[in-house]
Design a protein around this ligand. Sequence first.
Ligand SMILES: NC(=O)c1ccc[n+]([C@@H]2O[C@H](COP(=O)([O-])OP(=O)(O)OC[C@H]3O[C@@H](n4cnc5c(N)ncnc54)[C@H](OP(=O)(O)O)[C@@H]3O)[C@@H](O)[C@H]2O)c1
Length: 295
Amino acid sequence: MIAKTVLITGCSKGIGKATAIRFADAGWRVYAGVRDLRSAQFSHPNIVVVQIDVGSPGSIHRCFHLLKGKIDVVVNNAGFGLWGPLESYTEQELEEQVKVNILGAARVTRASLAYLAPKATIVNVASVVGHIGMPYYSMYAATKFAIVGMSESLSLEFAPKGIRVKLVEPGAVKTEFFHASQPNDSFGKRLHAYYTKAFAEGDDPLAIAELILRAATDEKDTFAYRPKRARRILALAKYLPSELVRRQLRKRFMQGRLLMGGSSLLVWKSNLRRILRSITCRSSTRGLFCKRMRR
Ligand SMILES: NC(=O)c1ccc[n+]([C@@H]2O[C@H](COP(=O)([O-])OP(=O)(O)OC[C@H]3O[C@@H](n4cnc5c(N)ncnc54)[C@H](OP(=O)(O)O)[C@@H]3O)[C@@H](O)[C@H]2O)c1
């Protein structure tokens, strides 16, 4: 017997597709949302493909009207990332980025309220760049910062309704997400090489699908779910002073010493050790404060 129902947006490929299959394999009834019905290739008996363009309020409402029964989980996964210098984006691209990544998730969440089962869960797919801005991803990062803020707010706002709101925050994942052509200038070329390598060495979409299933099903009060590498990077970024994090990133991107994955973690760790050596933490009556020691 099929126990629960999930609606997932952006299922034509990548993380969304892997997530649809993972939920279906776990016995869920899956509404796999795609923009274009011709792009859906599922043969799983638990998966029903539905048309939903999250950039269109009309399409969102039409989709919900067609669903049968209550929805236990909504996964706001659909999204894309403009890549390049800010000045290269057209007005239309800027608006599309906000419309799909932020307003899309807000509108799908809002429309879902009338269809949710008791104790439902909303899972929003954000990103490491929802906490650390990265060059050439300015508008994309802006949308993911927004998703983090929206999710935090809604996790409190929906609590009286018994609806849980959770975040899944991947780092780089091996999907078709990054497909920019190479720029001509040296900074652009360096960044292009950096991102190409990062995505090629990124996590498998199946690992993110597993994390989304966990976020949807665990009984814990955990708010943000991150794969191991993202967890480490965000922990370092959280505990290091933000000026230092940005200085470090600037140095790496400007000087071309672009390190990823394990090697970048070693550099961050050695920096952390150096900083910790030069800092003493003391308690005061006002709370804990840290003071850099004079050399
Ligand atoms: N890949 C990464 O490294 C990474 C890291 C962190 C977070 N994420 C996030 O994970 C999510 C999925 O990304 P992905 O890596 O799986 O990318 P992907 O392979 O490019 O897949 C993106 C999906 O979103 C859909 N989509 C785009 N615009 C849409 C719209 N207006 N309405 C409905 N669906 C739309 C696409 O459908 P079409 O086929 O119709 O375009 C596709 O199914 C995104 O929110 C992304 O920001 C990805």
